[in-house]
Design a protein around this ligand. Structure first.
Ligand code: DHB
Ligand code: MG
Length: 232
């Protein structure tokens, strides 16, 4: 069993359900399986999305018929491969990774999974890379250092069009998100991100708690419902 990020008395049951769902609905292919093994061999932190979560991201791409996808935080490319597999012909995924060692593993995993033709990994701090990207993206997945989530949201909005879907991982953090006085900068980053999402009239959003092999966490999801105000 994978060690959950957030321990719980029910961890084994949550994991068993994830395993059941994965086998049934999100079976690993050789590329995904090899990526997890390569990540473990390289000593990358096991913070990849679970298989059912990877499948959820893939389904979002299909539901929306997204052609251009942006991922902030590649890690070893596991979620990248799930999303790349869901892209239509001619689709493109740009993924940003700050840690060169992670990016190197990811690029190999992405090539091994046969999706290099539609994936670009940009190595560098996301706040340096984001200003260099061509807008717009149809779906943006935020899954990097959570303390910068407020900045990533601002960039996601700049790189969006009406209809763009913005998803953020790890917004529950074992329940810590409900603690307004948390000293954890990740919690503070997520809370400020959620506050900004809630008060932005261009966004319609919700947040969903999840349990599973990673423990207790969740996703925020927003859709851009309006163009930015005209500045004259
Ligand atoms: C952490 C980061 C993640 O992106 C994740 O999915 C789980 C945990 C972390 O840094 O603790
Ligand atoms: Mg994550």
């Amino acid at each position: 069993m994978r060690i959950p990020d957030y321990p719980s008395a029910d961890a084994e049951k949550w994991s068993a359900v994830d395993e059941y769902f994965s086998h049934l609905l999100a079976p690993a292919d050789a590329g995904l399986e090899a990526a997890l093994q390569a990540n473990a061999r390289a000593g990358l932190p096991a913070h990849d999305v679970s298989a059912p979560q990877g499948k959820m991201l893939a389904l979002f791409i299909r539901m929306q018929q997204a052609k251009r996808v942006l991922e902030i935080g590649t890690l070893g490319g596991y979620s990248t491969i799930w999303m790349a597999r869901a892209l239509p012909a001619g689709g493109q995924l740009i993924s940003i990774e700050a840690e060169p060692r992670h990016a190197e593993v990811a690029v190999k995993n992405i090539a091994n999974a046969g999706v290099s033709d539609r994936v670009e990994v940009h190595v560098g701090a996301a706040l340096d890379v984001l200003p260099t990207l061509k807008a717009p993206f149809d779906l943006i997945f935020i899954d990097a250092d959570k303390k910068n989530n407020p900045h990533y949201l601002q960039w996601a909005l700049r790189l969006s069009h009406t209809g763009t879907v913005i998803i953020a991982d790890n917004i529950v953090r074992g329940g810590a998100v409900a603690d307004a006085d948390s000293a954890d900068p990740n919690v503070a980053g997520v809370r400020e991100f959620l506050r900004m999402v809630a008060e932005n009239p261009r966004l319609d959003a919700t947040a969903i708690q999840t349990t599973g092999e990673k423990g207790w966490d969740g996703f925020a999801m927003a859709v851009v419902i309006a163009e930015p105000p005209h500045i004259s």
